[in-house]
Design a protein around this ligand. Structure first.
Ligand SMILES: [Fe+2]
Length: 520
């Protein structure tokens, strides 16, 4: 990233007014918008870009541009204040933020059945290049966003910097770390789930959810997203860098598994499936996902691979839609699954190669063994790979057998930073380290956080392959080169008072060809 683009990013980020004020300022750009007059029907729309803009799923020379028209984001009917008809939305991509060098433009139809969301899949751009984008609906211009396409598959890429983030309960705290993340020099953000919370985050209410109770309908989920997406720090984070997203449980229901809700005595199977379909549609409507992820009923294709030159393959996994129900007593039962057979075969084939230098498995829940109980007793999480030991060990052994190049598992969910050695045998500390797991803390869930809990000493003692635990809020910044992967655990000390600065709590390095991370 050049110094010039660094300045550009700062200008984009001159506070909420700077970012959101871009629409007003854009009217002075005049001739850059060489489009025909918008349809008359659209001219009644006022300020439709209240939910911000985003880009995502970068491909070589392409990216998805997202927005959703919602002049009244919390409208009780879930329609965002939009009329029940389709609206033409024009998009424009340029090499410069004043749109003097336009690279592509087009029109997308925002339709009522998809909440007037826009998912423009732009292709034909330069690979590995920075671009700026904006939308127009009627006379209204959106803020200006920055994005970056992926390099050509297999082409030489010397370095890449990306962050991963998860667990952003709105009621638990501010998105200060999103503001700090937006100030980083990033090529990509990966969101590992719990983008919204259907219920309380668990840290005690700091802000309140709008609407009564947990959403179960499409309108209810739309309005939950609308509340989250109204946050200016989250908007800044989306507007400055492309995101790759995948959901976890709270986008639907805590700890759901395939067709089973958390508590079947509260929700019937039929009610849960209707809820799942509504929640998946709302997720699609609010994320920069490709058409291939458009939900079909209760199903949504989210596992996928994104390639970044010869440097990084990002295998995005879905550990929710296909998993067997949680069952502690059956955690060793090899017939149970967390990936489902189809995804497991796809992943095993993908990591068998040919691949890039680094293979990141971007997924939701804790992969490495984690015994919570002190002494000879053992106790494991119900909701993690420890509850699906057959799948976990099978994938781990496959990474070894297939000689997968530098596997790094990326994890969210547990609201804490961890660094783990993935062992050939987790019960034998002397066994080989065969992969690395980096676990990222929450953005806000749990409130302000702290360095560690007293019980973390037990976890560290019981699990020698766990090298680091920290419970501040933040995100993980990764600087990846051909020779090493550096993970910086970026934390803020408070999310319940605004403006906290970010600091690097710890840095760990993985060297090419040597699984396991060492303190930098
Ligand atoms: Fe969470």
């Amino acid at each position: 990233m050049s110094e010039q683009s660094g300045l550009t990013r700062r200008r984009l980020l001159q506070g909420g007014a700077g970012l959101l004020g871009a629409a007003a300022g854009a009217s002075t750009l005049g001739g850059a918008w060489a489009w025909a007059a918008p349809p008359k029907q659209a001219q009644a729309i006022r300020d439709p870009f209240t939910l911000g803009i985003a880009s995502g799923d970068p491909a070589p020379g392409g990216v998805v541009l997202w927005t959703r028209l919602a002049p009244e984001p919390g409208a009780p009917d879930g329609r965002g204040g939009m009329p029940n008809r389709q609206v033409a939305v024009q998009w424009e991509v340029a090499e410069d933020e004043t749109f003097g060098r336009v690279a592509a433009r087009g029109t997308a139809l925002a339709t009522p059945d998809l909440g007037h969301s826009v998912h423009a899949e732009v292709a034909g751009l330069r690979p590995g290049a920075e671009y700026f984008y904006r939308f127009r609906a009627g006379p209204e211009l959106s803020p200006v966003g920055r994005t970056k396409t992926a390099p050509q598959v297999g082409s030489r890429l010397d370095a890449m910097t990306f962050a991963f983030t998860s667990c952003q309960s709105y009621t638990d705290g501010l998105y200060t770390a999103h503001a700090r993340m937006a100030e980083e020099d990033l090529d990509l953000v990966v969101q590992l789930g719990d983008y919204i919370y259907e219920g309380p985050g668990g840290g005690g209410a700091f802000r309140t959810h709008e609407g009564s109770g947990e959403p179960t309908t499409l309108g209810g989920y739309r309005n939950r997203y609308a509340q989250y997406k109204g946050d200016p720090d989250l908007q800044a984070s989306h507007a400055t860098v492309p995101w790759v997203v995948v959901l976890d449980d709270h986008e639907i229901d805590n700890n759901w598994a395939d067709e089973v809700p958390q508590d079947p005595s509260v929700q019937s199977r039929e009610a849960f499936l209707a809820r799942r379909a509504a929640a998946l549609q709302a997720y699609y409507e609010h994320q920069p996902l490709r058409r291939t992820s458009l939900p079909r009923g209760i199903d949504m294709q989210l596992y996928r691979r994104l390639a970044f030159g010869d440097l990084l393959d990002l295998h995005v996994l879905d550990t929710r839609q296909y998993r067997s129900d949680q069952d502690q007593a059956a955690r060793l039962d090899g017939t149970r699954t967390i990936l489902g057979d189809e995804q497991e075969q796809w992943l095993k084939s993908a990591v068998a190669g040919p691949t890039a230098r680094w293979n990141a498995l971007a997924q939701q829940v804790f992969f490495s063994q984690r015994d919570f109980a002190g002494g000879p007793q053992q106790s494991f999480s119900n909701d993690a790979w420890d509850n699906y030991v057959g799948d976990r060990n099978g994938l781990r052994d496959h990474l070894v057998a297939a000689r997968t190049s530098n596997p790094v598992v990326l994890t969210g969910d547990v609201h804490a930073n961890y660094v783990c050695d993935v062992k050939a045998d987790f019960d034998d500390p002397a066994s080989a380290t065969v992969a690395t797991e980096l676990v990222g803390t929450s953005m806000s869930t749990g409130g302000d956080g702290r360095d560690q809990n007293p019980a973390d000493a037990i976890q560290l003692a019981e699990n020698p392959h766990i090298k680091f635990i920290n419970r501040n809020r933040g995100y993980v910044r990764n600087v990846v080169t051909a020779s090493q992967w550096t993970a910086d655990f970026r934390v803020v000390d408070a999310v319940r008072t605004p403006g906290a600065p970010v600091r690097t709590r710890a840095s760990y390095v993985i060297e090419n060809g040597r699984p396991g991370a060492q303190p930098a």
